[in-house]
Design a protein around this ligand. Sequence first.
Ligand SMILES: *Cc1c(COP(=O)(O)O)cnc(C)c1O
Length: 409
Amino acid sequence: MSYSRHSAATRYAVVDGEISVGGIRLSRLAARVGRTPFYAYDRSLLVARMAELRALLPTTLSLHYAMKANPMPAVVGFMAGLVDGLDVASGGELLVALDTGTDPRQISFAGPGKSEVELMQSVAAGILVNVESRRELRLLAEVGSRLGLTPRVAIRVNPDFELKSSGMRMGGGAKQFGIDAEAVPDALAECAQLGLGFEGFHIFSGSQNLRVEAITEAQTKALALAIRLAQNAPSPVRTVNLGGGFGIPYFPGEQAIDLAPIGEHLRGLVVDAAAALPHVELVLELGRFLVGEAGVYVARVLDRKVSRGEVFLVIDGGLHHHLSASGNFGQVIRKNYPVEIGNRMGDVQREIASVVGPLCTPLDLLADRMELAVAQPGDLVVVYQSGAYGHSSSPTRFLSHPDAIQVLV
Ligand SMILES: *Cc1c(COP(=O)(O)O)cnc(C)c1O
């Protein structure tokens, strides 16, 4: 029987019938970790992805890592050495970002509902706050005068356009994110009046986009909007964050995005930006695209059951560690993540089987009737495309099973 491996799976070499992660055979890695389930993130794939971006995107463009995609401190620390800056979404993430030694001038904070404490942390650290409301402007001014520091602010704009065909829309229409584009001139006036250190705009319109034309169109519109809004800015615009939104392929039929035309398009935008805003630094903030393909989730088969003719592989992990792969983190119609029996890559005997977790809910399903190598208890199930929105976006307390271990190899 022949089958085609998912493009993500082919990034992991097969040695003696086992995939290897970070150059280590899966069974040896499992022994090294000590127990299953675990997430393993591969340094060499993080490096390769960054190199690919650097080769194809304009050199003057700054690349930031949006760390909510994978906030494991070792991953963030490693990424900090590869990117130009870090974007955080909470005070907790800020502490991890600062621990990496990243220059606070290269750290920014976006997120609706920043608390006064988080704003205080940000001002004290000297990072850029992407302001999402007038309340945040006023609180920043208060905190700044208390600390004797000038808060650094950018206005996060809720644009008057949407990122087409985005997996998760985060801009356009009525949204909780940012300040509506039409209300930005008033916010800028208040920013000046409060004596805040205005630096620029942040325009992020969505996530998990696989369509090149939609991404480039959103970038063109974001820059045009920033240039238009700059007319009301109290000081020269020094930074325009164009967001990110680059997706990765998860499901059958999805194709990896082609970076070459995006790079070509951005080369034009860099020129336009420099002409209109002479002091500007253009920033892309990417989360999923940087780390998503560099991670696998590994769990062990506990039981092999046949129910009315259908095979179920019951594993020691599940949706409590990997909500995304169960389809319950933003999927509308459940589809299977790429899954394989990682220690039986050479086996010719294959079957249709479902991979389920130990939780008492039918939602705990990591593969629904997929073609897999015939597995037995003790075998290792691998879920690819698990480097982003995996561990940290899962309900790890649900049913009180042990947490998954995370390793960077
Ligand atoms: C989540 C988020 C990102 C990262 O999105 P990805 O789809 O993981 O690239 C970037 N910027 C902001 C403001 C975010 O909230």
